[in-house]
Design a protein around this ligand. Structure first.
Ligand SMILES: [Zn+2]
Ligand SMILES: [Zn+2]
Length: 387
C-alpha cells in the first residue's frame, strides 16, 4: 500500500502548520506557544483527552478507537528548536533572530498532528493512540521528564515509536535498525590544578597546560588501545582554555568534551579510562584535577519485535526497496532513548532529501516528506491496534 490518499490530501494543510511553527521557533522547555498550538489543533480534531504540562511543557493527546480494546500505542514527536540564526531566506523563515528549527522538529510536530487528525477522523483501530509532543529534545531531556512524570502509566502506553527526518536520505525512503541506533552522549569537564609562575622559571611551577596537553593526547588511547576495535566509541575534546599572557604559566587549565558510545559496557569503560588517565598523568606531575562527568542521554536502543513492525509498515508505504532495515547507527544522541528504556518501541529515520544537514543554518524540513510521515504513523497505529 503506497501513501494513503487522505494523507496526501492533508499535505498542504499540514505544510501550513509546519511553516507556522517554523517561523516561531522556541527553545528547550520554553515551547509554550508551540505546545498551545498543538493542544488547540488536537481539540479541533476532537481528540478524546488532551493533557498539557507533562514534562513541564509536553502535550499528550489520547485518541480512542472504534473497538473495545484498551491497549495504547504511543507516537512521539519533538517540538523544540535550536539557538541558531536561520539563513534560508524562505518566506516562512524564523521571525526570531538566534532561534531556528534547524533539526526539523517543526516537521515532526506537524506530521504527528496530521496523523492525529486522520486517526481522530477514522478511528479505525481497536484501542488507543497516544500522540506525544515533547519539549527539550536538544539537550534538556524533555523526553526523560515526560517519562518521570508518569506518562507511560497514566496513558497505559505499551509500545512507543519515534521518527526523525534525515537529510541525504531521499524523500519517500526510511531507514532504521534493531539494537543501538543513536549513541549515549556523555560530557566531561576537567580542570587541571597546577601551580602558576614565571614562564622563564618553569622548574618552580606545575604547568597545567603541559599536563593537560598530555592528557588530551592520552585520551586518544581510549579509542585506539582500550576499547575493542569492533565496538564503537568517540572521545572528542572540544574545548581547552588556559592562560592569559606570554610570560605567565597559569595555575589552572580546563578542557571539556564528549564521549559517544553504543552500549553500556563501553560507556562505563570509557568513563573509567578517562578518570584513570586524568588521575594517572596528574599524579605523575604532582598536579590535581577536578573531573565533572555528566551522564547525558543513554543509547537509543530499538527493540527487535517493534523494529520489525516499523520496517514492515515503512515497506508497506514506501516499497521494500525504499526501506533500509540495517542502517549504520549514528553517534549523535536522541532523548527518545528514555522512552525506549521505559517501553518497547522503535525509532526510524524518514528521508528529507537533498537538503542542508541537521543543525545547519541553511537547513529546512522538506514538506514533500509530510504525506510519507503521516502514512507511516497512521498505518503503524492501525496495524499495532488491529481490530
Ligand atoms: Zn537536533
Ligand atoms: Zn532532532
Amino acid at each position: 500500500m503506497p501513501i494513503l490518499n487522505r494523507a496526501a490530501e492533508l499535505q498542504d494543510e499540514v505544510a501550513e502548520w509546519r511553516r507556522h511553527i517554523h517561523a516561531r521557533p522556541e527553545l528547550l522547555f520554553a515551547v509554550e506557544n508551540t505546545a498551545a498550538f498543538v493542544a488547540e489543533k488536537l481539540k479541533e480534531f476532537g481528540v478524546d483527552e488532551i493533557v498539557t504540562g507533562i514534562g513541564r511543557t509536553g502535550v499528550v493527546g489520547l485518541i480512542k478507537g472504534k473497538g473495545e480494546g484498551s491497549r495504547t500505542v504511543g507516537l512521539r514527536a519533538d517540538m523544540d528548536a535550536l539557538p541558531l540564526t536561520e539563513i534560508t531566506g524562505k518566506p516562512w523563515a524564523s521571525k526570531i533572530s538566534g532561534k531556528m528549527h534547524a533539526c526539523g522538529h517543526d516537521g515532526h510536530t506537524a506530521m504527528l498532528l496530521g496523523a492525529a487528525k486522520y486517526l481522530a477522523e477514522t478511528r479505525n483501530f481497536n484501542g488507543n493512540v497516544a500522540v506525544i509532543f515533547q519539549p527539550a529534545e536538544e539537550g534538556g531531556g524533555g523526553g526523560n521528564l515526560m517519562v518521570k512524570d508518569g506518562m507511560m502509566e497514566r496513558f497505559g502506553i505499551e509500545e512507543v515509536y519515534g521518527m526523525h527526518n534525515l537529510p541525504g536520505l531521499p524523500v519517500g525512503q526510511f531507514a532504521t535498525r534493531k539494537g543501538p541506533i543513536m549513541a549515549a552522549t556523555d560530557e566531561f569537564t576537567v580542570t587541571i590544578k597546577g601551580r602558576g609562575g614565571h614562564a622563564a622559571q618553569p622548574h618552580r611551577t606545575i604547568d597545567p597546560i603541559a599536563i593537560g596537553a598530555q592528557i588530551v593526547t592520552n585520551l586518544q588511547m581510549i579509542a585506539s588501545r582500550n576499547v575493542d576495535p569492533l565496538r564503537s566509541v568517540v572521545v572528542s575534546v572540544t574545548k581547552f582554555n588556559a592562560g592569559f599572557a606570554h610570560n605567565v604559566i597559569p595555575n589552572d587549565a580546563t578542557f571539556a568534551g564528549t564521549i559517544r558510545t553504543l552500549d553500556e559496557e563501553v560507556r562505563a569503560q570509557a568513563e573509567a579510562r578517562l578518570r584513570e588517565v586524568v588521575a594517572g598523568i596528574c599524579a605523575a606531575h604532582a598536579a590535581e584535577a577536578d573531573i565533572n562527568f555528566h551522564r547525558n542521554y543513554p543509547v537509543t536502543f530499538n527493540h527487535a519485535d517493534e523494529t520489525e513492525h516499523a520496517v514492515a509498515i515503512a515497506s508497506d508505504i514506501a516499497g521494500e526497496a525504499n526501506v533500509n532495515p540495517e542502517v549504520d547507527p549514528m553517534m549523535g544522541g536522541e532523548d527518545f532513548s528514555y522512552m525506549l528504556n521505559a517501553r518497547p518501541g522503535a525509532f526510524i529515520f524518514i528521508g528529507n532529501g537533498d537538503t542542508a544537514g541537521l543543525h545547519n543554518p541553511a537547513y529546512d524540513f522538506n514538506d514533500e516528506a509530510i504525506a510519507h510521515g503521516i502514512s507511516y504513523w497512521v498505518r503503524l497505529a492501525e496495524q499495532r491496534l488491529g481490530a
